[in-house]
Design a binder for this molecule. Structure first.
Ligand SMILES: *Cc1c(COP(=O)(O)O)cnc(C)c1O
Length: 361
């Protein structure tokens, strides 16, 4: 079909499904008979209006959201949400609970504290370099929310199941595992995800916010940083990232119509993870870095016997058409990011390579 494409294990921006890229290519010069590219039309046009409403409906169907939830497309990445969530959702001197499970949680905590918010770090896995998900946490009664990072992209851990927070709504950074598995949204007041890991290109952030959370938004914060602005203007207070939203729409269509929804997606993701962890567990050459019961099915992190061998592994893998296997610069080692768009065939090719590499050394 298309030659010279690598098996893509990039952590983000990351792989997109090939049929999605082909569809975008095919309609790029003349979008649905408009005589223009979707990047060239007004965000107020009927063409773009259909794109954004279809994307919203698909998010609602895929996650089984009821009408209490608003689906928004914002800019500034997940990192902007580290700032917006506390700014909008922690009223007055109320405390908020945060669970620190890695680099991204740490950043979220910092942004809430910068604003003078009262942050309780109710649990942390920092004592063991974030290699596990804390359990049996006592949450603060009357907290504004509990902040979680559902999948820790850099450390290779993932929440399963989510903790019971009682009446306190969960605010969750799902950047690296949104749409990878079904879950019950009822306890969640806010979900946000930079698109570039699992649902699209960089440049747009999916935000899902429950109506009672929108009602908390104070008047006296900047218009562009208020969730209520984007709820009332259908994410189009100003020009939205049109092309990124369109790409997400095509990905969401693929998820619904080709994959068949999140139950099927989870099955595929579980299989991919199992194939990889199986090699790691049954070959002394590879050492998984996350504790077994906390392992991520999106980012599989592992070490080789030495840093020299890790360098060699990453380079030789790339020579064999397997890209993106270097661990995050802050932790080293190796990481295979196996988001929705990375297929079982890619994972199978990777484990064959891993077995052969270990045998030769
Ligand atoms: C990548 C990532 C981020 C940062 O996202 P930006 O869109 O670059 O701001 C935040 N949280 C998690 C869990 C991530 O994986």
């Amino acid at each position: 079909m298309i030659e010279n494409r690598v098996h893509n294990f990039n952590p983000g921006p990351a792989a997109l499904p090939l049929p999605v890229l082909a569809e975008i290519r095919d309609e790029f010069l003349n979008y649905k008979g408009s005589g223009m590219s979707i990047t060239e039309v007004s965000h107020r046009s009927k063409w773009f209006d259909e794109v954004i409403s279809d994307a919203k409906s698909r998010v609602k169907r895929l996650l089984k959201l009821n009408d209490d939830y608003h689906v928004l497309f914002l800019q500034g990445g997940a990192s902007m949400q580290f700032c917006m969530a506390p700014m909008n959702l922690i009223p007055g001197g109320q405390p908020a609970d945060y669970v620190n499970t890695g680099t991204w949680s740490t950043k979220a905590i910092k942004e809430a504290r910068i604003q003078g918010k009262k942050v309780n770090v109710v649990a942390s896995s920092e004592d063991k370099n974030f290699c596990y998900i804390p359990r049996d946490i006592s949450f603060t009664k009357g907290a504004a929310y509990v902040h979680l990072t559902s999948n820790n992209t850099i450390k290779g851990t993932q929440w399963a199941p989510f903790p019971d927070t009682g009446d306190v709504p969960i605010v969750c950074d799902m950047s690296s595992d949104i749409m990878s598995r079904p879950f019950d949204v009822a306890p969640f007041g806010l979900i946000y995800a930079g698109a570039q890991k699992n649902i699209g290109p960089a440049g747009v952030t999916l935000v899902i916010i429950r109506d009672d959370m929108v009602k908390r938004v104070p008047e006296n914060i900047p218009t562009m940083l208020k969730y209520s602005t984007f709820v009332s203007k259908n994410s189009m207070f100003n020009t939205p990232p049109c092309f990124a939203i369109y790409t997400c729409q095509v990905v969401l269509k693929w998820l619904e119509e080709t994959i068949g929804g999140l139950e099927n997606m989870e099955k595929i993701n579980r299989e991919k993870g199992s194939i990889l962890y199986d090699v790691i567990d049954n070959n002394d050459f590879y050492q998984g870095t996350a504790e077994m019961d906390s392992r991520s099915f999106m980012n599989v992190t592992f070490r080789l016997p030495s840093e020299e061998l890790e360098k060699e592994f990453v380079a030789e893998a790339l020579g064999n058409g397997l890209g993106g296997l270097k661990g995050h610069r802050s932790v080293g080692g190796c990481r295979a990011s196996i988001y929705n768009a990375t297929g079982i065939d890619a994972v199978q090719t990777l484990v064959d390579f891993m077995k052969e590499f270990a045998r030769k050394k």
